[in-house]
Design a binder for this molecule. Structure first.
Ligand code: AMP
Ligand code: GLY
Length: 432
């Protein structure tokens, strides 16, 4: 069979890497892909942008693609799944109405309120004066969120009232995010530990993936600006079997049930960003309607089952008979980013030692993100450049392994965090 993956990040390289391992699959295409997918002989890059939906449909028809998997949120929010279904093409992802769980924070918050899914207290504003008044009443810290998609930059965790007022002004007055910021959600500040919990939905049943934890800040010790994610590990040690059940019954099941009640069926990956406090109380920070990046890399690195078979079954509304098998160790991804990321990343630097992927070592892999292949050389082409991934029988072991690999890679101005998974290791040593 033939698979098509839409996207060009580390997440899509990991999806393509996993899917090409399926005995059912003879060809994997990625549109548009990156330098890493280009290097792989069993994967073919197709030069079509993620939101050029008509061209993608034509390509899928011409190649008789058996399953298309959508990586990023933008084409989902533009209705790519609806259009593929109208064209009788098999596709895995949520329809446009369901994708609003990610594409509108206001939609997600009112949905959670309506269906009693635990989340932070909030109000939505389009008027600056009203928003200012609310911030002054509530005080800081407080969180300001652009309603629409803003490539991970639309959330300001304001530690002072002044910072919160400025964030609102930048969205409602200066149109920093255009239409995406024409409405703002203002939300109670939550504390605790963040976890990414991702499940596969076929519209009827749910198949949970293993948990993971991302590192959103640029610098060690969770300092510096927010990014798309600088590293992740799986599983998240904080997720005990009991907490897993609680997340399913308090957040995931009410979400898919609530969507059904609202007349919208959810199919695709459902990603709940959760805050877990000291008492193990759960609050939902956000929903995404896709896999996380970089969470996908360590999660799929531990998945033993055939992902293509599972996603094809999900697209056929038939996952209830499937279970996912996992490697019992831990996996870690360390993101190597370009100079000046996340502001104006510098691109076009040659990357050395990026490819340890042909040495038949199943315990490590370097996923590419913002890279391009030119004359047999790999150059940086985006903010997050590589996702160096390793697994081990413990988190500590995986961490040693991954940083040994990172040390070999070089390109001008590269930056990475040196403490991915350190907090989890410290906590587990405190517990023992
Ligand atoms: P979001 O895109 O909504 O997940 O927000 C991005 C990041 O901002 C999250 O991963 C959290 O680190 C932080 N954040 C979002 N909402 C809150 C909140 N209510 N309280 C504290 N931090 C938050
Ligand atoms: N790593 C966070 C996200 O994919 O949204």
């Amino acid at each position: 069979m033939k698979a098509l993956i839409i996207g060009n990040g580390g997440r899509e390289h990991a999806l393509a890497w996993k899917i090409k391992q399926s005995p059912l699959v003879k060809k994997v295409f990625v549109a548009p892909g990156n330098g890493g997918t280009d290097l792989d002989e069993r994967i073919e890059n197709i030069d079509i942008a993620v939101n050029d939906i008509n061209k993608l449909v034509l390509f899928a028809k011409k190649e008789k693609i058996d399953l298309t998997i959508i990586g990023p949120e933008v084409p989902l929010s533009e209705g790519i799944v609806d259009i593929f279904i109208e064209n009788k093409l098999k596709v895995f992802g949520p329809r446009k109405l369901a994708a609003q769980l990610e594409s509108s924070k206001d939609f997600a918050k009112s949905f959670m309120e309506r269906h009693k899914i635990p989340t932070a207290k909030y109000k939505t504003f389009t008027n600056i004066k009203d928003a200012h008044r609310y911030i002054k009443e509530e005080g800081a810290p407080i969180v300001i969120k652009a309603d629409g998609l803003a490539a991970g930059k639309g959330v300001v965790v304001a530690m002072t009232v002044q910072e919160a007022l400025l964030a609102v002004d930048s969205m409602l007055e200066d149109n920093l995010f255009g239409d995406a910021g024409a409405r703002v959600v203002i939300e109670e500040f939550l504390t605790g530990e963040e976890v990414s919990f991702i499940v596969i939905c076929d519209g009827k049943s749910i198949l949970p993936l293993e948990s993971s934890q991302d590192h959103k800040r640029l610098l060690d010790s969770d300092l510096g600006p927010n990014t798309g994610g600088m590293g992740a590990y799986s599983p998240a040690p904080i997720i005990t079997p009991e907490l897993h059940r609680k997340i399913m019954s308090e957040v995931i099941e009410p979400t898919t049930e609530g969507m059904k009640k609202d007349g919208i069926e959810f199919t695709g990956f459902l990603y709940a960003g959760l805050m877990i406090d000291k008492n193990n109380d759960i609050k939902t920070l956000e929903f995404n309607c896709r896999m996380g990046d970089p969470e996908t890399q360590p999660i799929l690195f531990r998945l033993k089952s055939d992902l293509f078979e599972i996603l094809l079954a999900a697209a056929n509304r038939n996952i209830s008979n499937y279970k996912a098998e996992w490697d019992q160790g831990s996996a870690i991804t360390v993101v190597i980013a370009a100079e000046n990321y996340p502001n104006q990343p510098k691109i076009n630097d040659e990357i050395f030692n990026h490819n340890h992927n042909n040495n038949n070592n199943d315990n490590c892999f370097i996923f590419h993100a913002g890279t391009v292949l030119k004359n047999n050389k790999i150059y940086s082409a985006g903010g997050r450049v590589l996702g160096v991934t390793a697994k081990g029988n413990s988190l500590k072991n995986a961490q040693e392994h991954v940083y040994n690999l990172v040390k070999n890679i070089s390109f001008k101005g590269m930056q990475y965090r040196t403490d991915i998974a350190q907090k989890a290791l410290k906590k587990s040593s405190e517990r023992s």
